[in-house]
Ligand binder design. Structure first.
Ligand code: NAP
Length: 249
């Protein structure tokens, strides 16, 4: 579970643990990771915490190796870590763009690559976290938007490649979820409160943000045998934000 210490990832970790899975949190935020671990222990849930930066292939390999060493198997890979880093077409340069791909896309591939032998054994699943920016655009965030587009493409590509191994691959696509990352992004606007109210008014279902727990519920479904015949799908958990008629808002 990459990026499992905070935000959406932490909600996924909690939901997996509540369902009896053993989440392995892979994150670079040691403080947040330790806090979450303490909480899980308090709930008598087993878990592990690996403080790793996913920006290198060695880090990704080590995450997979340590998880398998600790528990002897790997059933599900959840690729979630990422950052909307605002590398735009004008405000940015080709080096920044490559850095953004490294932050948001390359480790999804590396984790899947290194996890594959173990997922073959377990006939497991991959769940990726995408972003609506891949299909709507956002402006000023070429690296992030194209990475998330890549995640959607890789979901289909891997679903096909892994058919013979009975490994299912799906993506959950959030739009607006209040997390530390989202708060950071919101605070870059001159009037964050006004910006947030404008966004909320445009969310068709209940004019509210999606909760991290609602994203987690979809992820757990896609990770479990309950979704045994679901593969290659892009599931938008966004209160209708991306697809419903604009006239509604
Ligand atoms: P978040 O609050 O920042 O949590 C992500 C966690 O992942 C953080 O602890 C972060 O550590 C860690 N992380 C990021 N890059 C890492 C790396 N290279 N190595 C190790 N750890 C890393 O983010 P979030 O809002 O929950 O977002 C989770 C996912 O949902 C992302 O893929 C994001 O693109 C996607 N998403 C979110 C929203 C939303 O509304 N929140 C909408 C669409 C898509 P640091 O704090 O040190 O970076």
């Amino acid at each position: 579970m990459t990026g499992g210490a905070k935000g959406i990832g932490a909600a996924i970790v909690r939901t997996c643990a509540a369902e009896g899975a053993i989440p392995v949190i892979v994150d670079r935020d040691a403080e947040a990771g330790k806090q979450l671990r303490t909480e899980l222990r308090g709930n008598k849930a087993r878990s592990d915490l690996l403080i790793i930066d996913l920006l290198t292939a060695e880090g990704c390999l080590s995450a997979v190796e340590q998880a398998v060493k600790a528990f002897g198997r790997l059933d599900v890979l959840i690729n979630n870590a990422g950052v909307n880093d605002k590398v735009g077409l004008e405000r940015g340069n080709p080096n920044d763009f490559v850095t953004s791909l490294n932050r948001n896309l390359v480790h999804y591939y590396s984790m899947a690559h290194y996890a594959l032998p173990h997922l073959k054994q377990s006939r497991g699943a991959i769940v990726n976290i995408g972003s609506k920016t891949a299909v709507t655009g956002q402006g000023d965030t070429s690296g992030y938007a194209s990475s998330k587009g890549g995640v959607m493409a890789l979901t289909r590509e891997w679903a096909v490649e892994l058919l013979p191994h009975h490994i299912r691959v799906n993506t959950v696509i959030p739009a607006e979820v209040m997390t530390p990352l989202y708060r950071q992004w919101l605070d870059t606007f001159p009037d964050p409160k006004e910006k947030l109210n404008n966004i909320l008014a445009k969310i068709p279902l209940e004019k509210r943000m999606t909760t991290a727990e609602e994203i987690a519920a979809a992820v757990v479904f896609l990770a479990s045998p309950k979704s045994g015949h679901t593969t290659g799908q892009h599931i938008f958990v966004d209160g209708g934000y991306v697809h419903l008629d604009r006239a509604l808002t």
